[in-house]
Design a protein around this ligand. Structure first.
Ligand SMILES: [Mn+2]
Length: 334
């Protein structure tokens, strides 16, 4: 039996997505694979823990531990230069904490990190054999950085020059904790966090990429299968560090579906039905930011419009009634 350590970092608002992610990870795991799962967090309630523990113990091929990060980097999060973080509700202080796994797992040399806005579609234990011996971490390359002029435009020129071909995204990492400790990478990352001349627009990504300085390895794009990718394949100007075949294959043969932009629980992304199928199968609770109506933004707008129309019709009917009444009164008093 192979035991693979994997950690997640999220807050109480992400407990239902985490339940879906955890279940799909364990459901798709090969028979000879088990996971030691960890959650770096602050403030996840007892009730939420019980829910997640129930999911994990029900599958029987993993252990689950919660590690309280107790306000680590909380001040830096409040005051740092995080362009747009206040409007991007999906970013929280936990986004920063995940970069510093080496201090929370002193007994481990290597660990896998995953987001929880995902559905695992396949066994991912091959990640464990991925060679990270000479690098700080392995991640999926930013497939848009060659195509989009704005994707990395917030970086300082010297950082852009260093990272324009090697920038990796968050979502899934294999972290070489031993090398991170040996080379003191955490203090470099802290410098990046505290340096307000550096805009951290993609918080965790910017921190690790600037500190790692390209000492990273690249995972296949199948580990972050973007639901919106096929639309980009039509674009004749589309360029990427991944080949056209790799882009297509990542969509057709996903290891992990990553709802990186629109989330199934409050939007209507492509392949959102896979997320809802697990939500229904596990009979997960409503509330907690889950929009159980499952309506697309268009459907929501249509419904609102219909309601307004109904009110308008009622007002018109009332007016017509009053006019008729007035006419009748005039006629009678003539
Ligand atoms: Mn994500």
């Amino acid at each position: 039996m192979r035991k693979i350590p994997i950690f997640f970092s999220f807050d109480d608002n992400y407990v239902i997505p985490a339940a879906v992610a955890f279940w799909s990870l364990l459901d798709r795991a090969r028979k000879d694979v088990a996971y030691d799962m960890y959650v770096l967090h602050h403030g996840i309630t007892q009730e939420s823990r019980r829910l997640l523990e129930g999911i994990v113990s029900g599958k029987g091929n993993a252990t689950l531990r919660f590690i309280d990060t107790e306000g680590f980097l909380a001040d830096e999060w409040k005051s740092g230069n995080w362009e747009g973080h206040q409007t991007r509700s999906q970013f929280t202080a936990d986004t920063l904490v995940r970069c510093f796994a080496a201090r929370f797992f002193p007994e481990l040399d290597k660990i896998v990190y995953s987001d929880v806005d995902v559905v695992f579609r396949d066994d991912i234990s091959d990640l464990w054999d991925f060679d990270v011996g000479d690098v700080y971490m392995a991640g999926v390359r930013d497939f848009l950085m060659k195509h989009s002029t704005t994707e990395l435009s917030h970086l300082k020129p010297e950082h852009y020059a260093m990272l324009k071909d090697s920038y990796i995204v968050g979502g899934i990492w294999v972290m070489n904790l031993r090398k991170i400790r040996e080379d003191g990478l955490e203090s470099k990352m802290l410098d990046v966090v505290k340096d307000d001349t550096i805009v951290k627009r993609w918080n965790d990504q910017d921190i690790v990429n600037i500190a790692c300085g390209g000492k990273v390895a690249f995972l296949p794009l199948n580990y972050i299968s973007y639901p919106y990718l096929p639309g980009l394949l039509r674009d004749p100007s589309m360029t990427s560090h991944y080949s056209r075949d790799e882009l297509y294959d990542s969509f057709i043969n996903p290891k992990i579906i990553h709802y990186a932009t629109v989330k199934p629980w409050n939007g209507a992304p492509v392949r959102g039905d896979e997320w809802w199928a697990i939500y229904d199968y596990l009979r997960l609770p409503e509330g907690r930011g889950i929009d159980a109506s499952r309506e697309t933004p268009l459907e929501k707008r249509y419904k609102k419009l219909k309601k307004k129309l109904k009110v308008c019709r009622a007002v018109v009917a009332l007016l017509a009634f009053l006019v008729t009444l007035a006419a009748l009164a005039l006629y009678v008093n003539r």
